[in-house]
Write a protein that binds this ligand. Structure first.
Ligand SMILES: [Zn+2]
Length: 499
């Protein structure tokens, strides 16, 4: 790669940087349901400082450039509830202090998500960018990447210079996303280009599980963004579903076009926003959906196995609590047997299993510890079948059996979505008649095993039956306003607007 780069430069294809640009790296990322009573605090964040950032898998593309990226702080927390205010302020203060020490800067590469919610704060990402801008000054280029499920605001668009987002759900283009954001930044600095953003907000929100790009209309709507990206004067074309479980004014779908040709950017933003709006009725779940009881009745009658059911409202991968018992209660009530129940978080129950040891039979209270208001715990007499060897109690993981059900218990919220998550603890998902997962659309390793897959629209912090979720602070948005009228009206960033 290095040799090619030098040959290209020798051939005059790539000019050398006039001076080595100074580019800082930093960011904060989480996906926060405002419907969750859980709070993300400092211990929930993985915070990479200084050179630790360059060891992260998503930072590997940074090593490809002949630019010394300069690390600040990257903080990320798993999806959950809003971030506690003091936690956010502490992370921001440290980030800004590190950023300040790197001045002067030509660019900042921001690794973000876009669905951050902070207690008592509106538009948390907008706050982070505005604080960044206040440190680096007006001439520095800010380039950010987002998840597909992120929300934008005028303040965000008015503060950034370049923007990109995932083009796949499930998100399999994470590395490409990093490269789009860093390519734009290094390209613009090398050639002295000042890019700008045009944004079309689309008043449509979808349950996350309908936003897959593996089936229509998502497959079609995202498939040709790279074609638009090739048009002259266009640096990036992104289209975002938005994050529905943030009851805040900025929550909406978006088209964001970064470039240097304002008329073309506006044309593309309007065209894609209209196309998305016109397709809104086509979005649907990727598996037959129903209530917990409907899915369970169908699973118990099924002649093929395993029936894999998503307990979608309690999926920690999208901000769910992962400790709700609605599905477990239904399994016990229906007398379902030969069931694998994956992903129940309960620190006290897990600790009790470690104390008792493998083979012990003990009374257990399961679930409803993180949010005791949402549901009630379930009391069973369980046998401990497996305990994972861990260094810290907070990583504890147990397998227990009771009443024909095999359940995983974990001390902290974690994903049991991939088939390997079960095989690692001695459980083979295909040996069960019914597999219940706290997830949404199935992981690529679980999907081929499902025979069939069902989507339970269970209650929770990320209730997929979105028409019924509380809706106090949103702007008029489809589907809550069924007869909403919409004409795209692309907004031009104040960074490039001349009025
Ligand atoms: Zn996402």
């Amino acid at each position: 790669m290095l040799a090619y780069r030098h040959q290209s430069r020798a051939a005059g294809l790539i000019p050398a940087f006039k001076g080595t640009p100074r580019i800082a790296v930093g960011g904060i990322a989480s996906e926060c349901s405002t419907y969750s009573r859980i709070r993300s605090r400092l211990p929930d964040f993985t915070t990479l400082r200084g050179d630790e950032i360059f060891g992260a898998p998503l930072s590997q593309p940074l090593h490809r450039y002949d630019v010394d990226f300069m690390p600040t702080l990257e903080a990320s927390a798993p999806p959950g509830g809003p971030v506690d205010r003091a936690t956010y302020e502490a992370l921001k203060a440290e980030y800004l202090e590190r950023l300040h020490k790197l001045l002067p800067l030509d660019g900042v590469y921001l690794a973000m998500h876009g669905a951050l919610s902070v207690d008592g704060m509106e538009d948390a990402e907008g706050d982070w960018y505005a604080a960044t801008r206040s440190v680096v000054g007006p001439d520095c280029l800010l380039s950010a990447y987002y998840d597909l499920h992120g929300n934008l605001s005028r303040r965000i668009v008015d503060t950034l210079d370049a923007f990109t987002a995932y083009r796949t759900a499930p998100h399999v283009d994470r590395i490409e996303n990093v490269m789009r954001a860093t390519d734009m930044l290094t390209h613009c600095l090398r050639y002295g280009i000042r890019p700008g953003i045009v944004w079309a907000s689309i008043p449509v929100l979808l349950p996350g599980e309908q936003s897959s790009t593996e089936w229509e209309p998502g497959r079609r709507l995202w498939s040709d963004l790279s074609e638009y990206n090739r048009l002259p004067g266009i640096l990036d074309v992104s289209q975002l579903v938005g994050y529905v479980w943030a009851d805040e004014p900025r929550a909406a779908a978006s088209v964001v076009v970064t470039g240097t040709n304002l008329d073309e950017q506006k044309r593309i933003a309007a065209e894609l926003a209209q196309r998305y709006w016109d397709s809104r009725h086509e979005f649907h779940f990727g598996a037959p959906a129903g209530t917990i009881e409907e899915c369970l009745a169908r699973a118990m009658k099924s002649k093929t196995h395993p029936v894999v059911i998503s307990d979608s409202g309690d999926n920690p991968g999208g901000g769910g609590n992962s400790d709700q018992t609605f599905f477990l209660q239904a399994l016990l009530k229906a007398g379902a047997k030969d069931v694998l129940l994956g992903g129940m978080t309960d620190r006290a129950a897990t600790d009790a299993c470690y104390k008792a040891g493998v083979g012990a039979v003990l009374p257990l209270s399961i679930g409803a510890t993180l949010d005791p208001l949402m549901c009630k715990p379930v009391h069973v007499t369980a046998t401990v079948r497996h305990l994972t060897s861990v260094a810290r109690p907070e990583d504890g993981e147990a397998v227990v059996t009771f009443d024909g059900i095999t359940a995983t218990l974990s001390a902290r919220r974690r994903l049991y979505h991939a088939a390997e998550a079960f095989r690692d603890i001695g459980l083979e998902p295909t040996r069960f008649k019914i597999v219940v997962l706290k997830c949404g659309y199935l992981n690529p390793t679980m999907k081929p095993l499902a025979n069939p897959a069902l989507m339970a629209l269970s209650p929770g912090a990320i209730d997929q039956d979105i028409v019924h979720i509380a809706n106090h602070r949103r702007r008029p948005t489809w589907p809550w306003v069924a007869d909403l009228a919409y004409t795209p009206d692309p907004y031009v960033s104040a960074r490039i607007r001349h009025d």
